[in-house]
Design a protein around this ligand. Structure first.
Ligand code: SF4
Length: 317
């Protein structure tokens, strides 16, 4: 199923059925920390990249897995899908499972994008920077976007949207987590007035090798400076793992095709015991299909596909 992946063990959304609505990797940003690698199609043009029928056919099959959430996200920025509003409407008529949207929030200054997301149960936009320099360094946005415009969009959306609004702030060590830059970000986040603010940092291999996570103690300290305090969601996986299921090499590969995962991510996403997953990973590593990379305290597993970019080897998952 091309447009559906998972179940993915989501730190916020339990067992989540992912829906991909743009081609890999189509985004308005090219974040230095992106777990999907560098952006290959950077655009702000919204398009019907796929037909609604094609996506819905995959979703109907995926709903059999009884996810906690149906989550529109995946291989890039989902608000670049011109029919995302119609997709949400269809999903709401198809199932009572709540619909979540993971977005970088960069197009919320557009009235049509704000209108399209109104029916979602949860929208999780992000804001990683509140000044132009950090924005350029961390998010590497499309040239038509400014940080002020993105922030205004987040504020506007808060005014109209009645569902759950959870704002993610992704910090990397140095560029966005140092003062006085951080205080400005905290103030801009406060003025948005999200229902929850969730702090994240690097736990999977980033697009750029120089990117480092904010240490856990510092992240906890920073969380307290938000008003009200932010939740730290980095590497928090609390979802219970159920009995072994039909876990195969294909289901593991299907998950890793979308993003690198830790052992805990795979086990929780596929509702499998760790030892079952380890056995499959051993085979996939021996066959050269998967390799592991250590990020902080975690080993991340990813597909062994590489492209040569500017003389470096760069993982694309
Ligand atoms: S992290 Fe999200 S917003 Fe940033 S480049 Fe990757 S897909 Fe786009």
């Amino acid at each position: 199923m091309r447009h559906v992946f998972g179940l993915v063990a989501s730190r916020r959304l339990g067992r989540s059925l992912g829906i991909d609505v743009v081609p890999h990797k189509t985004c308005t940003y090219d974040c230095v920390y992106c777990q999907l690698g560098r952006t290959t199609c950077q655009t702000i043009e919204r398009r019907a990249w796929f037909t609604l029928d094609e996506i819905l056919a995959d979703v109907r099959n995926g709903l059999d897995t009884s996810p906690d959430y149906v989550t529109i996200g995946g291989s890039g920025e989902p608000t670049l899908y011109a029919d995302i509003g119609a997709l949400i409407t269809e999903l709401k008529s198809l199932t009572t499972i709540p619909v979540a949207v993971l977005t970088n929030g960069s197009l919320l200054w557009r009235a049509d994008v704000r209108a399209a997301l109104q029916q979602a149960d949860v929208v999780i936009p992000s804001l990683d920077a509140a000044d132009e320099v950090a924005f350029l360094v961390v998010n590497r946005p499309h040239e038509a976007l400014s940080v002020e415009q993105v922030w205004q969009g987040l504020v506007e959306f808060r005014r109209s949207y009645r569902g759950a609004y959870w704002l993610e702030v992704f910090l990397i060590d140095g560029p966005s987590s140092a003062q006085p830059r951080l205080s400005r970000l905290v103030e801009c986040v406060r003025r948005i007035g999200a229902d929850r603010v969730q702090l994240n940092t690097v736990t999977r291999p980033p697009a750029e090798s120089w990117v480092a996570p904010v240490p856990p103690a510092r992240l906890a300290e920073i969380a307290q400076t938000f008003a009200p305090p932010a939740e730290v969601i980095a590497a928090r996986l609390t979802h219970p793992v159920s009995l072994p299921d039909q876990v195969t090499r294909d289901t593991v590969l299907g998950l890793l095709q979308r993003r690198p995962c830790t052992l805990a991510d795979i086990a929780a996403g596929l509702a499998a015991h760790h030892h079952v997953v380890i056995k499959i990973l051993d085979e996939l590593i021996a066959d050269g299909q998967v390799h592991a990379e250590v990020v902080g305290e975690h080993a991340c597993f990813m597909l062994h596909r590489r492209t040569e970019t500017e003389g470096e080897t760069h993982v694309v998952s």
